[in-house]
Design a protein around this ligand. Structure first.
Ligand SMILES: Cc1ncc(C[n+]2csc(CCOP(=O)(O)OP(=O)(O)O)c2C)c(N)n1
Length: 710
């Protein structure tokens, strides 16, 4: 089915087509066609055009067709089986069409672009050479898998990427049999691939397992743990190292320097010779050919590579945009059993083939929707600074006063705002690479020497360093400051990136202090509090996106540890909020007034230690006490309930009216990507849901049902 027809025949959830993503898709499709049909050297980088030879797509060259498709080869491909039917000579054009389709789709949806553009040829080559999905193809992180999605039966939905109800922005098992392993957190592919390879061996099957991992992801501990294990086993695993010399930011560390040296000292030329040599030798003497190829690639130039020392057969480096190199090498690796794992070192360019991406500093790693012709990204009007920026500015101010303050990021300088900190304090800023575990223990080391490390890590990625937080930090009571960005639901990145669990997983650790900012001014206070607090580890969490627009203090106040605040006093209902649900709690209090319910609203500020006095007061003077937070069960609400139970407040003893307590938390499910406000509504954590909860607790079920739909 061609794209236009498939767009016409598919409507998401039966929604109004005028507003559906597919309406946008068709419009944008028209733009894609224009893009490909009209040569625009300004947009498509010339390297792609010359390599892909895409010029015949100009309608002027197909005068007989009234409305010729501008992606004639891609239109023939519903699944990789169709791709495999095409002769190799047509694959360059497939790649060019795939690149243009990817650019156009992301221009409509926003999302990860640079990484996908860098693996277009690799994606085509892998699916052409290997028998996916029987051969397992694992994309590390999965943010580069949009071209893969287009080739594996998802082209008709590609313009729903990251939209509610649409395709995930990462690989996902439930989405396609061509995604044998879900991802989004990095550096898992070699471990998962090795597991699949060993399972295959145990079953006596013959399929291939291919893990594609970036040079950034390769710097993480997990990747090394997996290589260490794989190198000592005799299982056939193919690891493709996609080396584009970029992470989100420029890559850091000795591994990156090593890869640069490796690729600089081994030229493609030699590999091209090797390719020819392999082709000459095929098919009779495959074993000898690959052996000789690898001998050329390794021993002669710089001695054994690190990968060989780890037990891998190393092949490369090869030009990952040149199908004439990729195809013979992949075929040889496919057809040759070297008795263990193989690592193919592929050099690519992030953002390849789209000039605005190629020339941007971040290679368009992650983009908003954008204009395909100019590359200009849409910039939604901000009403307030982002929490990330407020954190960075507050930390910079604190660091001007205190030269012991240092900052640590695990490959996320821009995402955490530490790029700004680094501009002013380059020597006090440490990007340790994608290595959250190391980041935390490194910060612990700094703390032992009297420094004040602020470890800025997204909630979801801090999960990786849980043992380090426990064993290296909290057990030793070291004053590491955890700045936990992206707390709560994050939207388009979906369940893999949701910051749902940090209060629960940190809150059970002795010695931890945990704060949650209710707005951006509170965040400024919490940065000041963390800077001043030296008694042990302290964490403060804040969400993705912009603040609520409150006035920012020039300098933050040092908050009293474990003390909350009351914002509004009422008599019958109390809402105790942790974090940025506070605005919804205040809105709910207004709405409850209309039901004749006078409501107290308090901001706990601290999930640990709890403000026991505040909780006792709220319990003693209200009939209903509700806690609300942007986190899972087992967090703040559970801690409050434990405190109430210990106090006997749930026994009804000594109370005029027995307390009715409820805790509002995220549902016990993984919520897929969508707009955060919609996800919070689904989760039952908005003002309406609070009102309904209170009314229901009071037995006013009819009112509760009405409140929900009001
Ligand atoms: C554990 C973890 N930490 C941080 C991230 C955020 N992240 C997503 S992609 C990326 C860079 C990956 O670089 P690389 O593997 O070289 O792939 P490229 O984007 O350059 O193709 C980072 C740091 C993540 N996904 N997982």
């Amino acid at each position: 089915m061609d794209l236009e027809r498939s767009i016409r025949s598919w409507s998401p959830l039966g929604t109004n087509r005028a507003q559906s993503p597919l309406k946008q898709a068709s419009l944008s499709r028209a733009r894609a066609l224009t893009l490909i049909g009209t040569p625009r050297p300004v947009v498509l980088a010339s390297a792609t055009l010359s390599e892909g030879q895409v010029e015949p797509l100009d309608p002027a060259q197909s005068p007989k067709l009234s409305n010729p498709s501008k992606t004639p080869l891609l239109d023939k491909i519903s699944t990789p089986d169709d791709l495999r039917k095409l002769p190799e000579g047509e694959l360059k054009q497939v790649a060019a069409e795939l690149r243009a389709e990817t650019i156009d789709a992301v221009s409509v949806t926003g999302g990860h672009l640079g990484a996908g553009l860098g693996v277009v040829e690799l994606t085509v080559a892998i699916h052409h050479v290997f028998n996916t999905p029987a051969d397992r193809l694992i994309w590390d992180v999965g943010h580069q898998a949009y071209p893969h999605k287009i080739l594996t039966g998802r082209r008709d939905r590609i313009r729903t990427l990251r939209q509610g109800g649409g395709l995930s922005g990462f690989t996902k098992r439930s989405e396609s049999p061509y995604d044998p392993f879900g991802a989004a957190h990095s550096s898992t592919s070699i471990s998962a691939g090795l597991g699949m390879a060993v399972a295959r061996d145990l079953d006596g099957r013959k399929n291939h397992v291919i893990a594609v991992i970036g040079d950034g992801a390769m710097s993480a501990g997990m990747a090394f743990e997996a290589m260490n294990n794989a190198g000592a086993m005799h299982s056939r695993l193919i690891v493709i190292l996609n080396d584009n010399d970029m992470s989100i930011a420029p890559p850091v560390g000795a591994m990156s320097a090593y890869l640069a040296k490796l690729s600089a000292t081994r030229t493609y030329l030699k590999l091209r010779d090797i390719g020819k040599q392999l082709t000459r030798q095929l098919p009779e003497k495959i074993d000898r050919a690959i052996t000789r190829a690898v001998e050329h690639a390794r021993g002669y130039v710089t001695g054994g590579t690190l990968f060989e020392e780890l037990g891998f057969y190393y092949v490369g480096p090869i030009d990952g945009h040149n199908l004439d190199q990729l195809l013979p090498v992949l075929k040889n690796v496919r057809d040759t059993d070297v008795g263990g794992p193989v690592l193919i070192h592929v050099i690519t360019q992030k953002g390849k083939g789209y000039e605005p991406a190629e020339s941007a500093d971040d290679k368009y790693h992650g983009v908003n929707t954008f204009d395909v012709v100019t590359g200009t990204q849409s910039k939604p009007k901000a009403n307030a600074p982002s929490y990330t920026r407020v954190f960075a500015d507050a930390l910079i101010k604190a660091a001007r006063e205190d030269d012991k303050i240092v900052a640590v990021t695990a490959a996320m300088p821009t995402g955490t705002g530490l790029d700004f900190f680094g501009q002013e304090f380059p020597k006090r800023t440490f990007d340790v690479g994608i290595a959250e575990q190391h980041a935390v223990t490194f910060a612990a080391g700094l703390a032992t020497e009297g420094y004040k490390p602020f470890c800025a890590i997204y909630s979801t990625f801090l999960q990786r360093a849980y043992d380090q937080v426990m064993h290296d930090v909290s057990l030793q009571k070291l004053p590491v400051r955890f700045a936990i960005d992206r707390a709560g639901l994050v939207g388009a990145d979906g369940a893999t990136h949701a910051g749902s669990f940090d209060v629960a997983y940190l809150g059970v650790l002795p010695e931890m202090t945990i704060m949650a900012a209710a707005d951006e001014a509170e965040l400024v206070h919490m940065v000041a509090t963390a800077a001043a607090y030296n008694e042990g580890p302290i964490a403060f969490r804040y969400p993705r996106g912009e603040g609520v627009g409150v006035e920012l203090p020039t300098f933050g106040d040092i908050l009293e540890i474990g003390k909350g605040r009351i914002l509004r006093e009422g008599t019958s209902v109390a809402i105790l909020s942790l974090g940025t649900r506070l605005a919804e709690a205040l809105r709910a209090a207004d709405l409850l007034g209309a039901y004749g319910l006078s409501t107290t609203v308090a901001d706990a500020r601290f999930a640990k230690p709890l403000d026991r006095n505040l909780i006792r007061q709220l319990a003693a003077h209200h009939e209903v006490l509700i806690t609300i937070e942007e986190g899972s069960v087992g967090g703040f609400g559970s801690f409050v309930m434990q405190a109430l139970a210990e106090d006997g407040a749930l026994d009804g003893a000594g109370q005029r009216v027995p307390l009715k307590f409820r805790s509002m938390v995220l549902p016990d499910t993984y919520q897929d990507h969508d707009k955060p406000e919609r996800l919070y509504a689904q989760a039952g954590l908005d003002a309406k849901a609070i009102v309904a909860k209170v009314l229901s607790v009071l037995g006013r079920e009819e009112d509760a049902a009405k409140a929900l739909i009001a």
